[in-house]
Design a protein around this ligand. Structure first.
Ligand code: C5P
Length: 227
């Protein structure tokens, strides 16, 4: 199916302890966000793409992809959900309809494989709601108390890690994000807003190496992967 894309890129990335937002760090010859955009820009089903940026962002205009006429900008907000909503509004201005698919993908998740994007799109093509790429947890999980001691060991076969892209019908996602924000619900991904609104997103198993760069060692790991 054809689809639209929102890339929220307005976070500060404090955990990276870098001198710039993490999507502008280098992986090989290009920045993380350039790798991130490539997977979508290469796909024939792409109808349009919006990057939500912080007002203080001076790095974006220096990138080659800033001149690509399929790439549009929106003003990011205080929370990720605000940044995604701003992106969705921009897509509507570009002609996106409520029933269209919108894929939301983290700016700092630069290792999305073409095969994973294709599997997500094909698996959900006829779904009324949508879903997300996800990976079963590998390690044993511990629930921890305030004193740093283990409280419980949940059954790990029930838990998956939520990755992106997350793919939903545009109108449903806009309503869910707006509702969750108004209700003050903490929303760290789009699926949690959809769940809050009463929908049940589908999990599509993806590659574990589609990691979000969060800490310095993540970038070292990806650099090693690319040889
Ligand atoms: O902080 P975290 O790594 O979970 O952020 C995920 C993505 O959401 C990043 O690409 C970040 O730039 C984006 N974000 C945003 N607006 C915010 C907070 C985060 O676009 N207010």
């Amino acid at each position: 199916p054809s689809f639209w894309v929102v890339i929220p890129a307005a976070g500060v990335g404090a955990r990276m302890q870098a001198d710039r937002p993490k999507q502008y760090l280098r992986l090989g010859d290009r920045t993380l966000i350039e790798h991130t955009l490539d997977c979508f820009l290469d796909h024939p089903g792409l109808r349009g793409l919006v990057v939500s940026l912080s007002a203080a962002d001076g790095y974006w205009p220096t990138l080659a992809c800033a001149a690509d006429d399929r790439v549009n900008l929106a003003a990011g907000g205080a929370e990720r959900a605000n940044s995604v909503l701003a992106g969705i509004k921009r897509l509507v201005a570009l002609g996106a309809a409520d029933g269209d698919w919108v894929l939301v993908h983290d700016a700092a998740r630069p290792n999305l494989a073409h095969s994973d994007l294709a599997r997500l799109l094909e698996s959900l093509a006829d779904d009324p709601v949508g879903g997300l790429l996800a990976v079963p947890v590998r390690d044993t999980l511990k629930q921890v108390g305030p004193d740093g001691r283990v409280v419980a060991t949940p059954d790990r076969s029930l838990y998956w890690q939520a990755y992106t892209p997350q793919m939903f019908r545009l109108g449903m996602l806009r309503e869910a994000l707006g509702g969750a924000l108004a209700a003050g619900i903490p929303v760290t991904d789009e699926a949690s807003a959809m769940e809050w609104a009463g929908h049940a997103p589908r999990l599509i198993e993806g590659r574990a190496d589609n990691i979000k760069v969060t800490r310095p060692e993540d970038l070292d790991w990806l650099t090693g992967l690319r040889g």
